[in-house]
Design a protein around this ligand. Structure first.
Ligand SMILES: Nc1ncnc2c1ncn2[C@@H]1O[C@H](COP(=O)(O)OP(=O)(O)OP(=O)(O)O)[C@@H](O)[C@H]1O
Length: 347
């Protein structure tokens, strides 16, 4: 549906070259809500602007619906862009035009007749929950309402792809949530593929099914949101995941741990069905080990539960090993956090 093949993008300003993208390849399938996350300057905006050819790649191919945008003439490119809507961080509405006229812009440009425009705009305003604001000016709207107008305008020409460039970054958390829910509804009801760039992992967690993590013009990690949140490989990804999922012992618990010979600390990770089974209880019943729960957290991602429990385990070494094998055999991820609490560097 959207495919970027080995993309390089170099900007040249006053004789200085900036390599914004360095060999990006990714695939967004039809129906995906695909998130791209990265810190400021990672190249996210450049990447999303390539998808509708607001920027052209220096090298590499951008394929939309299997067609290379670079091979289109001006007319074909204009037709292809009609299929791609876009919304922006600062909404980009025309302040001098009423809400109705802002939403109508793409249809006017497509030279649709007046009755058709009226019908479509009213339908879209109803869809985004702004039927009563048709005659208001953007300056009379809240940020969330302005973004709803931006969304209605982006949908006017019936696109099959919606690009969102930091679309919720200027909004408060509650408004962000309502806009994200609207994007989810657009994806589900109109079967529109959504591509989102953001620097907030909570946005990815809330609605995306796939994610790519960018750093310095490269994709350092990509996959399903569940995979990437469950097992982040790269340090930057781990830092992003930490902003939404706490998975380590709090300082106070860490400091209160008593050094004990034969006692070890393990992080247990449960995903999906393993989270609803009483495996820890069964382990305690079956093996002669003492369990002290130091930390527990559950999160829901893509309607799947992800749970982390950190335990201190005490018992005879061979029995501890058997107990841990029991957990692993029952789908629980087991990782030793510290080899031995005796080695902790506190008094
Ligand atoms: N039009 C441009 N001319 C020159 N350099 C640019 C241009 N646009 C982006 N850059 C540079 O390319 C790099 C990537 O910028 P880009 O805006 O794509 O990153 P970003 O991840 O979207 O960052 P932010 O979240 O701050 O917008 C940066 O070093 C930026 O300065």
């Amino acid at each position: 549906m959207i495919e970027l093949k080995n993309i390089y993008k170099t900007y040249t300003r006053k004789g200085i070259s900036i390599e914004a993208l360095k060999g990006i390849s990714l695939k967004v399938e039809k129906g995906d809500i695909f998130g791209v996350i990265g810190y400021s300057g990672a190249g996210k905006s450049t990447l999303i602007r390539l998808v509708n050819y607001l920027e052209r790649p220096t090298e590499g191919q951008v394929l939309v619906e299997g067609k290379d945008l670079g091979e289109y003439n001006v007319k074909e490119l204009r037709a292809a862009k009609k299929n791609i809507g876009m919304i922006f961080q600062h909404f980009n509405l025309l302040e001098s035009k009423k809400v109705f006229d802002n939403v109508a812009i793409p249809l006017v440009l497509l030279k649709k007749d007046k009755n058709e425009i009226r019908k479509r705009v009213l339908e879209l305003l109803d869809f985004v929950g702004l039927s009563d604001k048709a005659n208001s000016y953007p300056s009379e709207l809240s940020g969330g309402q302005k973004q709803r107008v931006g969304i209605a305008r982006a949908l006017a020409s019936n696109p099959s792809i919606l690009l969102c460039d930091e679309a919720t970054s200027a909004l408060d958390p509650q408004t962000t949530r309502s806009i994200l829910q609207l994007l989810k509804k657009i994806n589900a009801e109109y079967n529109i593929t959504v591509m989102i760039i953001t620097h907030e992992m909570s946005v990815i967690q809330e609605i995306c099914n796939k994610v790519a993590v960018m750093e310095e013009g490269r994709i350092i990690e990509q996959g399903s949101v569940l995979e990437v949140f469950g097992h982040p490989q790269h340090l930057t990804t781990q830092n992003f995941v930490k902003t939404v999922i706490q998975n380590s012992i709090t300082d106070s618990v860490y400091k209160s741990l008593k050094p004990e010979p034969g006692s070890r600390v393990y992080k247990l990770e449960y995903m999906g069905s393993s989270a609803s089974e009483p495996t820890l209880y069964e382990m305690i019943r079956a093996y002669d080990v003492k369990v002290n729960i130091l930390f527990a957290n559950t999160t829901e991602i893509q309607e799947t539960t992800l749970a982390t429990i950190i335990i201190q385990l005490k018992g005879e070494s061979s029995v501890v090993d058997q107990a841990l094998s029991f957990l692993r055999n029952n789908g629980v991820g087991v990782e030793e956090v510290e080899s031995n609490v005796v080695n902790y560097s506190y008094n």
